[in-house]
Design a protein around this ligand. Structure first.
Ligand code: C2O
Ligand code: CU
Ligand code: CU
Length: 533
């Protein structure tokens, strides 16, 4: 197996492939277009009426460059980073908390030295600086904490923010201007009568299902309400919940017109994806054109998460092992409480959260009267040039054990050797590979949102699994960095990493991730061919 020496060697190999300039060169202060500071610290959050909530918050400032590179969030969330494609960015991260932290730029293609891997976490009072050029296309990305075993708690208590990448190519193609964009960061929370956040309550259940709440915060605020003009808007919707899957729908049942996902806008060939509802797993994003001008003046509509039955978790598995799997079995058990049926609902009630699949109100929109502006024809960008296809394949089996937690090919993250890479967890650069995830490992039937750092991918195949009630809303179009994989399903993705180094892949259910359902992967160095340099 691997030793520290082979690891260091392979890391060096990854670097050598790229040449030193990419990984090591720090552009001088005057070369950075934008210099920011982000501080992670304790904060009193005005989440809802009544006493403020003790939590955590990112605050930030622009030290150099465009003053609009940081935009305060309307809620209690971290500031939105407004970056332009091609820009060189330097960010100083300051830890003012009493535990280690590190920031990961989720979905951003950055050198591994800037990625925010758990091994890069700094302790209380610590600070570090990262630098990267913005290579991503225009889109909606995220930043969030990524310290080993603490990601779930820190995110739950308020650390997180959006990254909006803009580029010239977005202008003049019929998109609403930035003053008609709405950011919707969705997070479910359990909030006590004293307005304080309740994180894990029943350890075993919460570690298994992930922490679920009964109230949805939008941009860190409860009871979100928006007043909108009767015209089209660009909605950027991000699920930053620890474990919640949303079945997004409008109360007036109008369909969604989805124009982009994790990795930016769809191509012209892919086109606008019209869906009756949108299924959004943790840390997935969608961009939607919503024409509020198609509603009558004064209309009040709600964005909700519709009820669905979920086979996830203890009750789901118990019920299927009792032979009452499938819809009929669940309906036969009452069918009134949603996710996991009556038993699931009871368990969730005991835990003070809402079960996976329970109907939830997300936000209200009121359409103010005014002159209507018609929707413009949208001309999506042409697809980029294809990357040469390679022959490399990876296969990962997902499993979740009641006592042992989540496993990837039977393995978990090694907190004692955080940069260890197995021989078979490597992919070449500059050509396409296919990575197959099969969610059929021994243990409990659960869905897992799988995320890969440092690259985007395309979903090229999804088997028919146990997802009938959510399938129509899956957005498997475009470039992704998270894909939800239902119990029993097999999903194949195609990827062509363009930046070499040590990255990771993991389940983005934050309690699964913290429990070790996470592994390293090296891009730019392939098993049997990793003696470069
Ligand atoms: Cu959004 Cu490794 O995470
Ligand atoms: Cu990531
Ligand atoms: Cu998982």
């Amino acid at each position: 197996m691997q030793t520290r020496r082979t690891i260091l060697k392979s890391l060096a190999a990854g670097g050598a492939l790229l040449g030193t300039p990419v990984l090591r060169s720090a552009f001088a202060a005057e070369d950075a277009d934008v210099v920011l500071r982000l501080v992670a610290g304790p904060a009193m959050l005005p989440i809802r009426a009544g006493p403020a909530t003790r939590g955590l918050r990112y605050t930030g400032e622009v030290l150099q460059g465009r003053s609009d590179a940081l935009r305060p969030s309307r809620g209690t969330f971290g500031p939105t980073l407004e970056l332009r494609r091609g820009e060189r960015v330097r960010i100083e991260v300051v830890n003012q908390m009493r535990e280690p932290t590190v920031i990961h730029w989720h979905g951003m293609i950055v050198p591994d030295a800037a990625d925010g891997h758990p091994h890069q976490a700094v302790g209380p009072g610590g600070r570090y600086t990262v630098e990267f050029a913005v290579r991503n296309p225009a889109g909606t990305y995220l930043y969030h904490p990524h310290p080993y075993a603490l990601t779930g708690a820190q995110t739950y208590h308020g650390l997180g923010g959006l990254i909006v990448v803009r580029e010239a190519a977005e202008r003049g193609i019929g998109l609403p201007e930035s003053d008609h964009e709405v950011e919707l960061v969705l997070q479910d929370r359990r909030i006590g009568a004293d307005n304080q956040l309740v994180y894990k309550r029943m350890m075993m259940m919460d570690d298994m299902n992930g922490v679920l709440g009964d109230q949805v915060l939008v941009n860190g605020l409860a009871d979100a309400a928006f007043r909108v003009a009767p015209r089209p808007y660009r909605l950027r919707i991000a699920n930053m919940s620890n474990a919640r899957i949303y079945k997004l729908a409008w109360s007036d049942e109008r369909p969604f017109r989805v124009i982009g996902s994790d990795g930016g806008l769809f191509s012209r060939a892919e086109g606008v994806q019209e869906r009756p509802y949108v299924t959004l797993f943790p840390f997935e994003r969608v961009e939607v054109i919503e024409d509020f001008g198609a509603r009558r003046d004064g209309a009040e509509i709600a964005l909700i998460s519709r009820q669905f039955s979920s086979a996830d978790g203890m009750m789901g598995s118990m019920m299927s092992s009792m032979g009452s799997s499938g819809e009929s079995g669940r309906r036969g058990m009452g069918g009134m409480t949603g996710g996991g049926g009556m038993m699931g609902g009871m368990m969730a009630g005991m835990m003070g959260g809402a079960a996976q699949g329970q109907e939830l109100l997300i936000a209200r929109f009121a359409v103010s009267p005014g002159s209507r502006q018609r929707a413009r024809t949208l001309v999506l960008p042409e697809a980029g040039t294809p990357v040469p296809s390679g022959r490399h394949e990876l296969r990962t089996q997902l499993a979740f054990q009641m006592m042992g937690g989540g496993l990837l090919n039977g393995r978990r993250f090694d907190p004692w050797d955080m940069t260890a890479v197995a021989e078979d967890e490597r992919l070449p650069l500059g050509e396409t590979s296919v990575w197959t995830f099969v969610n059929d490992g021994p243990g409990m039937a659960m869905s897992h949102p799988i995320h890969i750092h440092g690259t985007h991918f395309r979903v090229i195949e999804r088997s028919r699994g146990a997802s009938a009630e959510l399938r129509e809303g899956l957005i498997d179009t475009g470039y992704k960095d998270v894909v939800g994989i239902f119990a029993g399903e097999q999903v194949r993705v195609q990827l062509a990493p363009s930046i070499g180094g040590l990255f990771m892949y993991h389940c983005h259910n934050l309690e699964h991730e913290d429990g070790g359902m996470m592994r390293n992967v090296v891009f730019g160095s392939v098993a049997g061919n990793n003696r470069l340099g």
